[in-house]
Design a binder for this molecule. Sequence first.
Ligand SMILES: C[S@@+](CC[C@H](N)C(=O)[O-])C[C@H]1O[C@@H](n2cnc3c(N)ncnc32)[C@H](O)[C@@H]1O
Length: 194
Amino acid sequence: MKAKLKAYLKQHYADSRAHDEAQNERAQCWRNLHPDSAALLALLVRAKQARKVLEVGTSNGYSTLWLADAVRDTGGSLRTLEIDKARKKAAKQHLRETKLDDYVRMEVCDAGEFLRAYQKYYDVVLLDADRSRYADYWPDLQRILTKPGSLLAVDNALSHAEEMQEFVALVEADKNFSSTIVDIGAGLLLASSI
Ligand SMILES: C[S@@+](CC[C@H](N)C(=O)[O-])C[C@H]1O[C@@H](n2cnc3c(N)ncnc32)[C@H](O)[C@@H]1O
């Protein structure tokens, strides 16, 4: 990663943290992925040479920037889903400022509806949105990640272990996936199709 982008990401994360700490309502927070988790994901995208990457939960685009930089290197592209139009706008601004917007297709939509309708595949999917819906997403994720070696990453596996319990159990019970929870940031569930 170029030093200029590294510095931009550092400032982006610091600004978001300051913003979040000043909010009374959780829904107003940006809730960015931890930098260590974002760095690991970007590394995995590069290691896999993943070309088709999907992010569920754009917020103000912190993880989006990391993933966009990685797909620029692999010759791929990133699609990112966000239910809140204003958040997409904030993320778009960051993508423009870092000249990463050419690598990203942004959509304002409900992730559940998108996943249900999507009939192709992704190499890597990051889930970082509404945890209460993840178990419902699983049948669609199984189909979308059907190619062997496809990777699913889900944030908050440790910070919100109870909320994630049902979803983690579904993934762990699936013989077509190999999974582990990595103690990094808020805890990343990683699952790879076999
Ligand atoms: C934890 S934040 C994502 C943080 C982002 N990945 C980052 O690192 O900057 C979760 C985001 O998911 C969005 N979201 C929640 N439910 C959603 C849904 N059903 N479909 C799409 N986006 C959703 C929220 O509006 C919020 O911006």
